[in-house]
Design a protein around this ligand. Structure first.
Ligand code: WTA
Length: 650
């Protein structure tokens, strides 16, 4: 497969202050209304906006005020009868190599039929519905059908358990759950519908469940509540898209924050649509005939923005993969790239590090020459992984587009921008801000940090992809993100800007962990531990992990009378059942007490420091020194236990 020549300015000299990128960026800040007016025209609107940005109700910024559009129309209708009618929208593939190709017209028909089914079931504009599906075509179909009729969807990652589902369904009041009879993970059957049945017992709002037959495993269907998806899709239909207001909500996506429960990030229609579509063009410069593989899960924001909305609105062909990258063999990812001649691969540093560990012979035994651009997302990429990705996967020919962003930002905010002529890269840096993004790093004195000085990253002005609000959490929205003196958007991340103006993201400054790129709150893990019923207190923190970026360490105090011997495995199983495998700590240490402040707050910082053999800092507010000693002792015990395990293996 031949490749178009790709100018690679990677190690050439470059001054970010000159060139096409610099000009575009400057325009975006100097004449934002004009700039974002043009950006808005990448989408089709039923009627144009009155005003590009309304700041009058800050920090609730509203974009493309009074503009009317529908994102399902933009993703489907405008391609399905034109030259892209027979073009593949999705090439779906699974671990076994089964393949399904869905054209733009095919996707359009499916979405229309499912929209009709939703209407027939009584779902209307503004209603909330939950989607709990594996990575199958029906997942984007469900999202687009909801968008078509104006229902607000919330996708719940298929790795979450019953309590995690119930928590989200209850927070948004979902009337319906769309699920499947099951899914597969590393060849193993996952009983999704059973999990939904258990979740519904913990909720009050769900009236109907739609079940996709995916695995053919027997499932219990509740009369009058549960319906087979294929029965509803029998007849071809057309449903006129709702004329959505630019600032009508499109979806709610739950993500972890600094406090207990996950927060429901609400994204709107116009601003979000404009932002994801423009940022994909700016950052990756995709071409009409590219095969784009965003190897994320649709359950996270990366999948929402860059598997579903942006690529479809741009009319691209995406790979949709249901499976693990190293299953059934360590070269699964390279096989798919080679077989499907993927042009752009977008994945996480964790995946890169894990695949790197298997050795070079796996990528080397496949023809990866179709690749033109490589991307990463979700966590900082260490220079060694960057180099490996660049040299071994991209044959030192493909630029690495390291995209920094968040669930709340809707789309990329700091990233190389191949589509606006911008050049060199530095391994480990997400490089420069995209148009409209005005970052500032503040040091601990509350002053703007100097070049090379670490500080907290803020974005000074709003951009179209910024969330509309948090569901049911106004106060949190205002204080957590905009509670600072200048009312800038606070990212929660540490960063450094170097002397060339390049940004280096250094990880979270709050109680949020990044485990294999997944965003998990320490308090969420503590809640999951407490949900087992056998734990009285739990303290959780992250520690660096070579492949996953971070791993979860927990210390727990058992309720009195709980049997010590069988508890760690039992706790893990219960957390898996209730919340899913994501929240299971890598380490569970049972202790007699945890270090706490006088007001009863668990001091995770102290626990972490002691655990890492560092000076714990100020411990004067601890209740007693005794619990510290105990933690130290339990760590010693754990170290000894580890040694025996290693010996047994060797
Ligand atoms: C981290 C994922 C360094 C960061 C899209 C952020 C990154 C959090 C990068 C958001 C990157 C994301 N370099 N760190 N390229 N991309 N992060 O909401 O800590 O799951 O705040 O969105 O991931 O995670 P979220």
């Amino acid at each position: 497969m031949k490749k178009e020549s790709n100018p690679l300015p990677f190690d050439s000299f470059m001054n970010p202050g000159v060139g096409r990128y610099a000009k575009t960026y400057k325009e975006s800040l100097e004449t934002p209304d004009k700039f974002f007016e043009e950006a808005g025209f990448l989408l089709d609107w039923y009627s144009k906006w009155d005003k590009v940005l309304d700041k009058s109700k800050e920090p609730y910024y509203r974009w493309y005020v009074n503009g009317k559009l529908n994102l399902s129309y933009n993703a489907l209708d405008r391609h399905s009868s034109g030259s892209r009618r027979n073009k593949a929208a999705f090439i779906w593939v699974n671990e076994k190599g089964d393949e399904k190709i869905v054209t733009y017209n095919g996707l359009y028909n499916r979405v229309n039929s499912f929209s009709r089914a939703l209407l027939d079931m009584g779902i209307r504009k503004g209603d909330r519905i939950a989607i709990y599906l594996p990575m199958i075509i029906e997942e984007p179909v469900a999202m687009l059908a909801a968008a078509r009729i104006g229902a607000v969807f919330t996708v719940i990652f298929s790795g979450f358990g019953a309590e995690a589902i119930a928590e989200r369904v209850n927070d948004c009041g979902a009337k319906m759950i769309i699920t499947a009879d099951g899914g597969y993970r590393r060849g193993k059957f996952i009983p999704l519908k059973e999990t939904v049945d258990r979740a519904i017992e913990l909720t009050t709002t769900v009236e109907t469940v739609i079940v996709v037959k995916h695995t053919n495993h027997e499932t219990n269907m509740v009369e009058g509540r549960d319906y087979w998806y294929h029965d509803l899709l029998e007849v071809k239909n057309y449903v006129e898209p709702e004329r959505m207001d630019s600032n009508d909500p499109l979806f709610i996506l739950y993500t972890s924050g600094t406090t207990g429960k996950p927060k429901g990030v609400v994204h709107g229609t116009g601003g979000y649509g404009v932002w994801v579509t423009n940022t994909l063009k700016w950052a990756f410069d995709p071409k009409e005939n590219d095969r784009w593989w965003c190897a994320a899960d649709i359950g996270w924001i990366t999948g929402h923005s860059y598997i579903v909305f942006a690529p479809l609105i741009l009319g691209l062909t995406s790979i949709l993969y249901e499976g693990s990258f190293d299953y059934p063999s360590p070269d699964q990812m390279w096989k798919i790239i080679s077989y499907y001649e993927v042009d752009i691969l977008y994945t996480s540093p964790t995946a890169i590090r894990a695949l790197m560990k298997y050795g070079d012979e796996y990528p080397r035994s496949h023809d990866l020459s179709s690749l033109r651009v490589l991307g990463t997302v979700g966590e900082p990429i260490n220079p060694a992984a960057w180099q490996w990705y660049y040299e071994r996967i991209g044959s030192s020919q493909c630029p690495i587009v390291d995209t920094y962003w968040q669930t709340e930002t809707g789309g990329f905010v700091v990233s190389p921008a191949l589509g606006i002529g911008y050049g060199p890269l530095k391994p480990g840096s997400a490089t420069l801000p995209l148009p409209g993004i005005d970052p500032v790093i503040m040091n601990s004195d509350g002053k703007e940090a100097k070049a090379g000085e670490k500080g907290l990253l803020y974005l000074k002005r709003p951009w179209p992809g910024l969330m509309l609000e948090l569901n049911n959490a106004d106060e949190k929205y205002r204080t957590m993100y905009f509670g600072n003196a200048k009312k800038y958007y606070f990212t929660g991340d540490y960063a450094i800007k170097d002397k060339d103006g390049f940004y280096w993201l250094l990880g979270r400054a709050d109680e949020v962990l990044k485990i294999s790129g997944h965003r998990i709150g320490t308090i969420e893990v503590e809640d999951a531990l407490l949900s087992t019923g056998v734990i009285a207190e739990a303290g959780v923190f992250g520690k660096p992990h070579q492949i996953k970026g971070e791993s979860i360490v927990s210390f727990v105090v058992l309720k009195s009378g709980v049997n010590l011997d069988s508890s760690v495995e039992a706790i893990k199983n219960k957390v898996r059942d209730n919340f899913g495998p994501l929240l299971i700590p890598d380490e569970i240490h049972i202790v007699g007490s945890l270090p706490k402040t006088r007001s009863g707050k668990i001091m995770r910082r102290i626990m972490k420091a002691v655990y890492q053999n560092q000076v714990p800092g100020d411990i004067s507010t601890l209740e007693s020194g005794a619990s510290l000693e105990e933690i130290k002792e339990s760590i010693e015990k754990f170290r000894k236990e580890l040694k025996t395990v290693d010996l047994a293996h060797s």
